[in-house]
Design a protein. Structure first.
Length: 394
């Protein structure tokens, strides 16, 4: 027994001595490293290097933050506004706890753009999700001044280039809705809509006829939709089927009483490796004495890209788009699409000769996770155009 205790004591003493020697060695090495580190000065980055690093890190998840906000800006070009300078701030955030896997990620973006034509636009848009996705708050507010063109109302008027009339359009818009989850993935809720449009400095006002060149429109309505998309800004899978009903009655101080129904059906699914197929069918139908500023239109940055927004307008519009989205390398992707659409005053006037074809190609750069900056080149019937924007067209 004494032998055993002696052996244990000897082992303890040897261990203590070894530990003391190891500690001394570590201290010496740490001291040397400290002197070596002190002798190395951190290399300062110039402005270009800081900008490059900022964009390199912009799409990396911020695991320790509930809010991820980034800013991007630079020159842009579109057929409608020509050369312009834009600035966009995009935010992704969540209202749920760090371990919450149910609540969708909310998004918001504030943007401003100024062009050499005198066009300027400032706005805010986004979708806010409450915990467990019980409520969704959709909102959009914007104000713009834009030198643009007016061809009149209807396909035949727009198809005649001689009707092209230049004017300055002032526009203020506010849209909001509170959507409640009826059951999983199905939402319903009230909505409000305000739109102010004024046409000034026109070459001539003949095409407006008896239409008021200044309109105030106040609307209320309801949203109903089914949404299984995996994300809202750049969907990879799922369905969106929705209807938005709006009423603009006289008792809300509207000069003309009218209403509208906006129907959208979209589907997203994988085709092959890193490829997504997106299909979108959209229709906007108005009833009553719809003012020229609230008529259904095709063209712009979301539907029928390549057509001048506002050229083709009437009481009703339908369009369909099939788009292939292919990831290429790192943060770079490309898209191609084909589509068709038309405007008409009533269904009996919807003829094959009035169908407007549409196709184009686009480039995508992932600014943030599931937030793409996009550049699209669209071609239509006698028209083509370039669109620069953020998030997917649909």
């Amino acid at each position: 027994m004494r032998c055993v205790w002696s052996i244990i004591l000897i082992l303890c003493l040897l261990s203590a001595a070894a530990k003391s020697e190891e500690t001394d060695s570590i201290a010496i090495v740490a001291d040397e490293l400290s002197h070596h580190t002190d002798s190395i000065q951190p290399q300062k980055q110039n402005l270009i290097q800081k900008v490059i690093k900022y964009f390199d890190d912009s799409n990396k998840p911020k695991s320790n933050k509930n809010l991820d906000f980034s800013v991007i800006g630079g020159p842009a070009y579109s057929s409608d506004t020509k050369l312009s300078l834009g600035l966009i701030g995009a935010a992704l955030y969540t209202t749920g706890s760090p371990i919450d896997t149910i609540t969708s990620e909310s998004n918001a973006s504030i943007y401003t753009e100024v062009s050499i034509t005198g066009y300027y636009n400032i706005g805010l848009r986004g979708v806010h999700f409450t915990p467990a996705d019980r409520w969704r708050f959709n909102y959009k507010a914007s104000f713009s001044s834009m030198p643009t063109y007016y061809w009149g109302i209807g396909y035949d008027m727009a198809h005649n280039d001689d009707n092209k009339t230049k004017f300055l359009q002032l526009n203020a818009e506010l849209k909001a809705s509170f959507d409640y989850s009826l059951f999983e993935k199905c939402y319903i809720g009230p909505a409000i809509d305000f739109n102010y449009t004024k046409a000034t400095d026109a070459d001539n006002y003949v095409l407006w006829g008896n239409e008021r060149t200044k309109t105030f429109n106040y609307g209320i309505g309801i949203n109903l939709y089914y949404d299984t998309r995996d994300c809202l800004t750049a969907p990879h899978s799922g369905w969106y089927i929705g209807a938005e009903q709006r009423f603009y009655p006289r008792f809300l101080f509207n000069k003309s009483a009218f209403s509208s129904t906006d129907i959208t059906a979209s589907h997203y699914f994988g085709a092959w490796r890193d490829a997504i197929i997106a299909v979108n069918v959209h229709g906007l139908f108005t009833y009553g004495n719809t003012p020229w500023s609230m008529l259904a239109k095709v063209g712009g940055s979301h539907t029928m890209r390549g057509y001048y927004e506002g050229r083709y307008r009437d009481k009703n519009a339908i369009d369909v788009t099939l788009e292939l989205r292919q990831h290429i390398w790192r943060r770079n992707s490309a898209v191609i699409w084909v589509g068709a659409g038309s405007v008409f005053s009533k269904f009996s006037e919807l003829h094959s000769r009035k169908i407007l074809p549409n196709f184009g190609i686009g480039y995508r750069w992932e600014f943030k996770k599931n937030v793409n900056v996009r550049l699209d080149f669209g071609i239509g019937k006698g028209e083509k155009g370039i669109v620069f924007n953020i998030n997917e067209a649909f």
